[in-house]
Design a protein around this ligand. Structure first.
Ligand code: ADP
Ligand code: MG
Ligand code: MG
Length: 210
């Protein structure tokens, strides 16, 4: 099975940047309902900066993840900047410095990233955040890989699970971030960060399938 190399990872980031640009207005209007209407602009600014940074090609996946994480922390701002930044920064050491990542190592790196998000943001599943899309996605990824699925198929399963997790945020009452200021009134709206996180997982599936 093909491993994940720098080309695939750069394609992942470019694909995510393109989806964020395309969905920018949707992300912002979701954030307008339960936050401060900047999630689309925040993520678009950050991912454009990440893509610009790809011109100076990092030497290995760890360097790429570190550069991506630092760029997101610097350029996104708000709650999501440090959280998405942490996701990538924590992926870096989990690669063990390898030039290409086998599917298990890629999954392990993503898991380390999610653990970083949880450690930093203290959100649990059900708090109506990006964690609600990422957690079921990475669970589905692990399950598929351990039952022998190809990485492409496993990421497709992960993407479907992320979409379900994202949709599942709608009835929830937010317990973290700005949306939590609304209390019960946050229910009935899809979480913007879970929406962008589902795009991140979908982009990985696309990048690996190509
Ligand atoms: P801000 O709320 O600072 O304007 P954004 O609008 O860019 O930042 O991002 C909001 C998203 O960040 C939320 O929809 C949610 O998914 C995510 N988020 C906020 N706080 C947390 C947290 N503590 N843990 C995980 N995700 C969070
Ligand atoms: Mg916001
Ligand atoms: Mg904001």
């Amino acid at each position: 099975m093909a491993d994940v190399d720098l080309d695939v990872l750069q394609r992942w980031l470019r694909t995510f940047a393109a989806s964020v640009a395309e969905q920018q207005d949707t992300l912002t209007s979701l954030d307008a309902a339960i936050g401060d209407a900047d999630h689309g602009a925040n993520m678009d600014r950050g991912m454009k900066a990440v893509v610009e940074g790809l011109a100076a090609t990092p030497g290995d996946p760890a360097a790429l993840f570190k550069q991506t994480g630092m760029t997101l922390v610097k350029s996104v701002g708000g709650a999501s900047g440090p959280l998405y930044g942490t996701l990538f920064l924590r992926m870096a050491p989990a690669t063990g410095g390898a030039a290409t990542l086998d599917p298990e190592t890629f999954a392990k790196a993503l898991r380390a990233g999610l653990e970083g998000v949880v450690a930093r943001g203290k959100a649990e599943v059900g708090d109506k955040t990006m964690v609600d899309a990422l957690t079921p996605a990475l669970d589905a990824l692990d399950t598929a890989l351990s039952s022998g699925a190809s990485l492409a198929d496993a990421l497709r399963a992960a993407s479907a699970a992320a979409d379900e997790g994202r949709d599942g945020t709608t009835p929830l009452v937010a317990r973290k971030g700005r949306a939590s200021y609304l209390g019960e009134r946050s229910a009935g709206h899809q979480d913007p960060g879970a929406t962008s996180a589902a795009l991140l997982v979908a982009a990985a599936a696309t990048a690996v399938a190509e």
